[in-house]
Write a protein that binds this ligand. Structure first.
Ligand SMILES: NC(=O)c1ccc[n+]([C@@H]2O[C@H](COP(=O)([O-])OP(=O)(O)OC[C@H]3O[C@@H](n4cnc5c(N)ncnc54)[C@H](OP(=O)(O)O)[C@@H]3O)[C@@H](O)[C@H]2O)c1
Length: 283
């Protein structure tokens, strides 16, 4: 049972969640399923998708369908949309949550690393959005939520991903305008730091997490469930008049400081506070 929304809020709706086998995606699949949706989760690895589909099906008491799809591959994304439509006849909600990157100073990002992060987070989001639009939403309407990251300021250590996510947010604004008259709403949700499987993948582990925490005014990371609630809100009738937006869910993080140290071998220059001529010698 959802802690926030009415049980049948998404009854009869078909929702596709990428990256739905882990972290934020799995929490989103659970929340939508608890609200009555027919949920399909998709990502690259059988080892992520199969246990999540089985576990969520068991929890919800009805089938959550698991699909293998690499969003970078247009044959995969077209095939996934085709299978969802063949089986369920429609797609009401697409959650573009699947993505990933690695922390690196910009000078250490290789061409291959850059291409991979752009292909996953920018092109991958476009691939599935376009496939869903072409095959269903441009004729019948629908809702799309893209999970991005904080892009307002600099994001040192993430030059590739912040570029990709900024692209997704600009795409969100543009598609919202182009597709509003087709009954499509599209928004982005930018999480700050979320206590999820994704954070666990970073090598610095708990040290990194406590550093992150110390830069959040609310003094904690978001839960995956808190991100899922906002996705459900945007997709529900409460979000009916919201389109083209990017909403930060970050406990105030984006309002306060930067937490990633810039590698710089030179010491800080001394601070000199100049005096006016008449101020010198008079003390
Ligand atoms: N956790 C945070 O603090 C945070 C903050 C800002 C933004 N985000 C973003 O939120 C989203 C979810 O993150 P999370 O924290 O839940 O981390 P996560 O567990 O690493 O989730 C990422 C998911 O994306 C899937 N994925 C990666 N590449 C894919 C591809 N090419 N095709 C299809 N699926 C792919 C992964 O599954 P497979 O490996 O099976 O493909 C995985 O399920 C990500 O886009 C992440 O970057 C997270």
């Amino acid at each position: 049972m959802s802690r926030i929304f009415r049980d049948d809020l998404f009854a009869g709706q078909v929702c596709l969640v990428t990256g739905g086998g882990t972290g934020i995606g799995a929490a989103t699949a659970r929340e939508l399923g608890q609200l009555g949706a027919q949920v399909v989760i998709a990502s690259r690895k059988e080892a992520n998708i199969r246990p999540a589909a089985e576990g969520l099906s068991h929890e919800l008491g009805r089938e959550v369908v698991g699909e293998i799809c690499d969003i970078r591959d247009r044959e995969h994304t077209a095939g996934l949309i085709d299978r969802v439509l063949t089986r369920f006849g429609k797609i009401d909600l697409l959650v573009n949550n699947g993505g990933g990157q690695f922390f690196s100073p910009a000078e250490a990002i290789s061409g291959k690393g850059w291409d991979a992060v752009i292909a996953t987070n920018l092109t991958g989001t476009w691939n599935l959005t376009k496939a869903a639009a072409d095959a269903w939403m441009l004729k019948h309407g629908g809702c799309i939520v893209n999970v991005t990251m904080l892009t307002e300021g600099a994001f040192p250590g993430m030059a590739h991903s912040v570029a990709a996510r900024s692209g997704v947010e600009a795409m969100t604004r543009t598609l919202a305008v182009e597709w509003a008259n087709r009954g499509i709403r599209i928004n982005s949700l930018a999480p700050g730091f979320v206590a999820s499987s994704g954070i666990n993948r970073y090598p610095a582990g708990l040290d990194l997490i406590s550093r992150m925490q110390s830069f959040v005014p609310m003094k904690r990371l978001a839960t995956c469930e808190e991100i899922a609630w906002f996705i459900a809100y945007l997709a529900s009738p409460a979000g009916n008049y919201i389109t083209g937006e990017t909403i930060a869910i970050d406990g105030g993080k984006s309002l306060w400081g930067d937490w990633w140290p810039i590698a710089d071998p030179d010491p800080m220059p001394p601070v000199v506070i100049p005096k006016e001529p008449w101020e010198t010698g008079g003390e």
